[in-house]
Design a protein around this ligand. Structure first.
Ligand code: IPE
Ligand code: IPE
Ligand code: MG
Length: 242
């Protein structure tokens, strides 16, 4: 959203994205309410953030709520909304201590003014020009809708003669997208399903993708570290003959 985004660091692991899936199945298998599954999911995010800080990762982008998740039962959505407010209140002091900068992105309007105000305060409170980690939280986000919205912004800029068609490139597109990071190096999806569920799309063009069987509430720091270890063994060729 106009702010500087992370460099495209081709060789090393700088930018990680996680599709945190499996809260519902975890709750069910532990005979708990769905919201308790989401609550345990938030606790896992805290552990992974800590590990990202330890490992000097630049950005962690997590999928908290997709545009498609609005189709879930009202009770679950209300539970998630309450949890967002609680998670922000509980976690922001620790994020400040860890020098973590918090950003939310997605179509936030449908979450209502209480959450929007809470988010904007949390973003202000954690703002730093050189944080230890940027934690980007996708809320009400959909990759296809982001691409279409970005295309509309570009079309308007051309129409208003702010930019020329020939100047449209990947950098400009990335800057105008809702996603606060240009290139994801690694995508991890827990919960066993091998799909992207409309997450990021443009930014994961050359990401390594790891599908993990464990449900998100069972995912541990050790599991995360083993993903980082596996990443080290991947030869990233970017189409070149190496
Ligand atoms: C992911 O867990 C969290 C959200 C989509 C909000 P799920 O709630 O999708 O968990 P499963 O896939 O039903 O187990
Ligand atoms: C993806 O999980 C979205 C989030 C983790 C927030 P879903 O559970 O919504 O995805 P599908 O329905 O299995 O594709
Ligand atoms: Mg799911």
């Amino acid at each position: 959203m106009g702010q500087p985004k992370s460099d495209n660091n081709q060789g090393s692991l700088k930018n990680i994205a996680i599709i945190m899936d499996g809260n519902g199945r975890w709750a069910k298998s532990n005979k708990l309410q769905i919201t308790q599954g989401h609550e345990k999911g938030v606790a896992v995010v805290k552990d992974i953030v800590e590990e990202c800080v330890t490992q000097n990762i630049d950005t962690l982008t997590v999928y908290a709520f997709s545009s498609e998740n609005w189709a879930r039962p009202k009770k679950e959505i209300n539970g998630i909304k309450t949890l967002i407010i609680k998670a922000i209140s509980d976690q922001v002091p620790e994020l400040i201590d860890q020098r973590v900068k918090l950003n939310f992105f997605g179509d936030l309007e449908d979450f209502g003014s209480k959450i929007i105000d809470k988010i904007s305060k949390a973003q202000k409170d954690t703002f730093l020009t050189s944080p230890s980690l940027e934690l980007n939280v996708a809320l009400g986000y959909g990759g296809r809708s982001d691409i279409i919205q970005t295309s509309k912004i570009l079309a308007k800029k051309v129409q208003d003669k702010e930019i020329n068609i020939k100047d449209i490139n990947e950098d400009i597109f990335s800057q105008l997208s809702l996603v606060p990071v240009d290139n994801i190096d690694l995508v991890i999806r827990t919960g066993g399903d091998k799909r992207l569920s409309n997450f990021l799309l443009f930014q994961i063009a050359y990401a390594e993708i790891m599908f993990i069987e464990k449900l998100w509430p069972d995912f541990t720091k050790e599991d995360f570290i083993s993903c980082l270890e596996s990443f080290k063994n991947v030869e990233r060729r970017f189409g070149k003959r190496i």
